[in-house]
Design a protein around this ligand. Structure first.
Ligand code: HEM
Ligand code: HEM
Length: 433
């Protein structure tokens, strides 16, 4: 404990910034690793790694279609630790999406999104979008075949957004197709605008966590002792950050970041796939009308996520994983049914004839849009009603089941898109791709 003012002052000057980010004391129960798995801290560490490695990469990288690819080759082959630097930036970027996503799930599954944590949740959602956007803008920079066509495919998804889609795509690309203006835009967004926005939002995120009185505490732990932040919390955070760094270093020394041949706008690979985190959307596009796949469904899900904290519930189990034994059983059931129904959906839509060809007179907006949308929503509602009745769920447990269902379905779509789609985006076994 640091009760003596002189010692406290010395502590503050040594650990100034880190201590300012924390309250002086925390409840012992919140130190339990299995409550948060340190995921928020890991996300913050990853941002730090990205900023440091990104700034170093910037010394060597040249943002023009003529020199970008060569500057990466040069960096990898002639600069001491150049390849390692790129590998760390590449693997940490992927880890950043995963860790932020898992952190979001931990918050959702411990019910820690409700007021007074509503704004923390919403700033978190914005952070996740920015992390994906920073990955997307970074993806183009190596200017190889993989990055050029992945960005071309992902940007083409934007065109399906009614009215605003095409203008947004043109502004982002700086023209009708990926070229020099796109690289300039992406480079500036990636190395300037987005990191600044993430840092600002993260500061707000942290401030809101402080204002809510720290990390969520379960009702049963409200009486757990209070301990000083240093050494109890800080030491744990340092251990988690070091372990994460070690894992990133090991992966980066064993696996190289991919680099294909230089981008060739005249030759499109078959299949041309979007970056992995957008593959679920690209897969959805095969089954649904574009308006539903890339606009109505994602916007509905995002709006529901923003609205989630404001659904009233009598639940008192916040801070407990999956809220209750019924919550756990229902989540397992939702995961199983979500996976099964999505696999059935993909298989059936592969076997059945194309509805647009079968009913050429009916507008596609109905055959591949509204009708499958209503059928899917109906199935989800039916499943939820069943879960509600079977497990006597309260609203928070219902929300949790919906989140599980959505996440598992999106995961199945993503895995299918990445591993089971071959030439012409046809279904194939991964070993036949
Ligand atoms: C905010 C978090 C960041 C994320 C998630 C991120 C992500 C990425 C990704 C996925 C790539 C492509 C890597 C590859 O496969 O080659 C990349 C490249 C790059 N990033 Fe970042 N980045 C971030 C921050 C930054 C910052 C702050 C800077 C510089 C100020 C930066 C500079 C660069 C440069 C110069 C490249 C091109 C080199 C290369 O592709 O290896 N990044 N970034
Ligand atoms: C750059 C990404 C992010 C960073 C650096 C970050 C950082 C943190 C940290 C350090 C904590 C406290 C410790 C912990 O819970 O692990 C936290 C809590 C929280 N985060 Fe995040 N976060 C990020 C993304 C997100 C996302 C994507 C969401 C949700 C959509 C989110 C929602 C929350 C909420 C609601 C809390 C309070 C949880 C509680 O009181 O138990 N955060 N965040």
């Amino acid at each position: 404990m640091t009760e003596d003012p002189a010692t406290e002052k010395r502590e503050k000057s040594r650990f100034g910034l880190i201590l300012h980010l924390h309250p002086r004391k925390v409840r012992e129960s919140t130190l339990r690793f299995t409550l948060t798995f340190g995921l928020g801290g890991m996300a913050a560490t990853l941002l730090l790694i990205q900023v440091i490695t990104g700034l170093l990469l910037k010394f060597h990288y040249e943002p023009s279609p003529e020199s970008a690819y060569n500057s990466i080759l040069n960096l990898q082959e002639s600069l001491l630790f150049g390849k390692m630097l790129r590998n760390i930036h590449h693997w940490s970027a992927i880890a950043f999406v995963w860790i932020s996503f898992l952190h979001m799930l931990r918050v959702a599954f411990t019910g820690a999104y409700r007021p007074p944590r509503d704004v923390t949740w919403i700033t978190g959602l914005a952070l996740l979008l920015l992390v994906v956007l920073s990955n997307f803008t970074g993806y183009l920079l190596p200017w190889d075949q993989l990055s050029y066509w992945a960005v071309t495919v992902a940007a083409s998804l934007l065109s399906y957004i009614p009215l605003a889609g095409d203008p947004i795509r043109r502004i982002l690309l700086g023209g009708v197709e990926v070229g020099q203006p796109t690289l300039t835009n992406f480079f500036n967004l990636h190395t300037g605008v987005i990191p600044l926005l993430i840092i600002a939002l993260m500061a707000w995120h942290f401030w809101r966590i402080r204002r809510a009185g720290g990390v969520i505490v379960a009702e049963r732990d409200k009486e757990s002792p209070i301990v000083s932040t240093r050494p109890h919390l800080i030491n744990r955070e340092i251990v988690v950050a070091m372990a994460l760094l070690a894992v990133i270093f090991i992966i980066s020394s064993l696996l190289d970041a991919p680099l294909r041949e230089r981008a060739n706008p005249a030759f499109s690979p078959n299949p041309a796939k979007a970056p992995w985190y957008f593959m679920g959307l690209q897969e959805l596009l095969i089954h649904f009308h574009p308006l539903f796949a890339v606009f109505i469904l994602p916007v509905t899900i995002l709006a529901a996520a923003v609205w989630m904290p404001y659904v009233r519930s009598t639940d008192k189990n916040q801070g407990i994983w999956f809220l209750s034994p019924c919550g756990i059983r229902s989540a397992k059931m939702a995961a199983f049914t979500g996976a099964l129904l999505t696999i059935i959906f993909i298989t059936v839509s592969e076997i059945l004839p194309d509805p647009e060809a079968l009913l050429p007179r009916v507008p596609p907006l109905l055959t591949t849009g509204l009708v499958p949308f209503i059928l899917t929503s109906g199935t989800v509602c039916f499943l939820l009603k069943y879960l509600h009745r079977r497990y006597s769920l309260n609203r928070a447990e219902m929300i949790q089941s919906v989140v599980v269902l959505m996440v598992v379905s999106y995961a199945v779509l993503t895995v299918t898109g990445i591993f089971f789609r071959g030439e012409g985006m046809n279904l194939v076994w991964p070993w036949d791709r």
